[in-house]
Design a protein around this ligand. Structure first.
Ligand code: NAD
Ligand code: DAU
Length: 344
């Protein structure tokens, strides 16, 4: 029996990880510990709410007493930390919460893991810690981190702390660095759910700059499978990249998405670029593949399947897009869309 504290488990990847683990193992218990920020959503966990192996605790990872109480009450042996502020554009608008949660919050979790002698602390990290990767190269786990946005810097800082706790205190840690995840329950500020839900409503799709930036769009289920594998077979103290090995330009992603939803290319608008926009991420995934993992979806399948999930699950996203999201959308896109170049 494994008792896992899934911090940030009411968000996109964390909730998918909870399903994955409950569907795969009978003998694990999952305690979601989540502050429920704007991105946390108990609707994401509705399918498991009556499962006796699942418990929800509302709490902030920056609050040591609350984290300790949850670890003690549920006899936790493993922490998997998904909790973070996760949207690059919001980190450009206001980095404060990013630093607080990813830096101080990760420190608190590490201290608790050390004090309780946990069997494993696993950190969910990102390919963004490597920064922009020039053409012809792929990031390997031993590459130096070179983050370029406040979000990426907050995540890289957390990775450095996690590694320091292993080296200094012998804490049994592992880290996975994932590429762009897509799939069910992703907050519609991220590009794929934003564009899918806009396209469903025949609204414009604000593509930053020329749209030729490269991302590795990955199905969230494949990422969850890799995290589980690292928990079982990963070597303590090690970092594992989790990507697809297939780079997709944003414009190509948009075309797959529009085709899946039967919407025209004329919805595309090229708008002012994101400041400091990393043009290319690319992960070398040989190390995780050597553990016996490979991506279960092509990027095309992942993008089309995801677009159709949003088409079929309006109950989930319409209420999000009608609330405070509107103010965010106006601040982020209002001016950009009003001044967007008309289509040729
Ligand atoms: P998300 O924004 O959907 O969810 C984040 C969750 O963390 C939310 O439920 C939120 O309420 C919770 N949270 C935030 N601050 C907290 C705090 N102080 N205490 C407790 N809970 C808090 O994010 P996501 O896309 O599911 O990402 C999860 C993790 O995976 C993050 O660490 C992110 O950096 C990393 N990651 C994401 C991607 C991606 O493409 N989405 C790729 C690689 C890595
Ligand atoms: O690479 C992993 C990272 O992927 C995670 O660590 C982050 O938490 C996650 O948010 C994501 O970061 P990105 O910045 O890559 O994702 P986003 O969905 O915001 O943007 C994907 C690409 O699409 C990026 O090149 C910017 C572009 N984009 C994004 C938005 C929101 C647009 O062109 N228009 C948009 O409106």
């Amino acid at each position: 029996m494994r008792n896992i504290l899934v911090t940030g488990g009411a968000g996109f990847i964390g909730s998918n990880f909870v399903y994955y683990m409950l569907s795969r193992y009978d003998d694990c218990r999952l305690v979601v510990y989540d502050k429920l920020t704007y991105a946390g959503n108990l609707d994401n966990l509705l399918p498991v709410q009556d499962d006796p192996r699942y418990t929800f605790v509302r709490g902030d990872i920056c609050d040591r007493a609350d984290v300790e109480a949850a670890v003690r009450a549920h006899a936790i042996d493993t922490i998997v930390n998904f909790a973070a502020e996760t949207h690059v554009d919001r980190s450009i608008m206001d980095p404060d919460a990013f630093i607080q949660t990813s830096v101080y919050g990760t420190y608190v979790l590490l201290e608790v893991a050390r004090a309780f002698g946990l069997e494993r602390y696993h950190q969910i990290s990102t390919d963004e810690v490597y920064g922009h990767v020039p053409a012809g190269r792929s990031s390997r786990e031993e590459d130096k981190v070179d983050p370029r946005s406040p979000y990426a810097a907050s995540k890289a800082s957390a990775d450095l702390l996690v590694n320091a706790y292993h080296v200094t205190y012998g804490l049994p840690i592992t880290i996975t660095r994932g590429s762009n995840n897509i799939g069910p329950y992703q907050y519609p500020e991220k590009v794929v759910p934003l564009f899918a839900t806009n396209a469903i409503d025949h609204l414009p799709l604000p593509v930053y700059g020329d749209g030729r930036q490269m991302r590795e769009y990955q199905h969230v289920r494949d990422h969850c499978e890799a995290i589980d594998l690292v928990l079982r077979r990963g070597q303590v103290g090690e970092v594992y990249n989790v990507g697809t090995g297939v780079e997709v330009e944003n414009l190509a992603m948009v075309e797959i998405l529009l085709d899946a939803l039967d919407r025209p290319r004329s919805l595309i608008r090229h708008v002012t670029d994101r400041p400091g926009h990393d043009r290319r991420y690319s992960l070398d995934i040989h190390k995780i593949m050597a553990l016996g993992w490979e991506p279960g979806h092509t990027p095309e399948e992942a993008i089309a399947e995801t677009a159709r999930w949003y088409r079929d699950n309006e109950w989930w996203w319409r209420k999000i897009k009608s609330g405070a999201f509107r103010e965010y959308y106006e601040a982020q896109y209002g001016e950009r869309l009003r001044t967007a170049a008309p289509l040729p």
